[in-house]
Design a protein around this ligand. Structure first.
Ligand code: C2G
Length: 129
């Protein structure tokens, strides 16, 4: 069984997230998502609208997602890859190069982001009169 992992905040779920999760799952048989906790989001200087529990429940309802684990910090990825016997690490290409250190442990794939959509854009657009 080929296992894939990806990470993110996944707040205010949108088509860019789904496109990423679908393509990540297509690379293997089992997709693990490392979901940023509310505390880690604070470290990333991100404030999610939905709580970790709600974002986890929403992700678990997506057909492409097989398991959700908490992402507490930047340092846990190597251990996650080892503990979960991961074959492929996937992220959107806005992260291109940032996680190449994982190439020692698994394949590293950066997928093209979906243009024109982001949680930040949604929040901004909703403020427009
Ligand atoms: N994404 C995408 N297209 C978009 C928006 C997001 O492909 N239009 C991808 C991102 O590249 C990322 C995933 O969707 O791979 C989740 O995006 P975020 O929730 O914004 O995640 P981020 O804050 O980038 O957290 O340790 C890694 C971090 O937790 C990544």
């Amino acid at each position: 069984m080929k296992k894939v992992i990806t990470y993110g905040t996944y707040d205010l779920l949108h088509s860019g997230h789904i496109n990423l999760l679908r393509r990540a799952k297509e690379l293997g048989d089992y997709l693990v998502v490392g979901l940023s906790t509310d505390e880690f989001n604070a470290l990333k200087e991100k404030k999610a609208y939905h709580s970790y529990e709600d974002r986890k429940m929403i992700l678990e309802a997506i057909r492409y997602v097989d398991e959700v684990i908490p992402e507490h910090n930047w340092e846990q990825k190597v251990q996650d890859v080892i503990d979960n016997e991961i074959d492929i690490f996937v992220m959107g290409d806005d992260w291109e190069g940032h996680f190449d250190f994982l190439k020692e442990y698994c394949e590293v794939v950066y997928l093209p982001r979906t243009a024109g959509i982001s949680t930040t854009k949604i929040k901004k657009d909703l403020l427009q009169p």
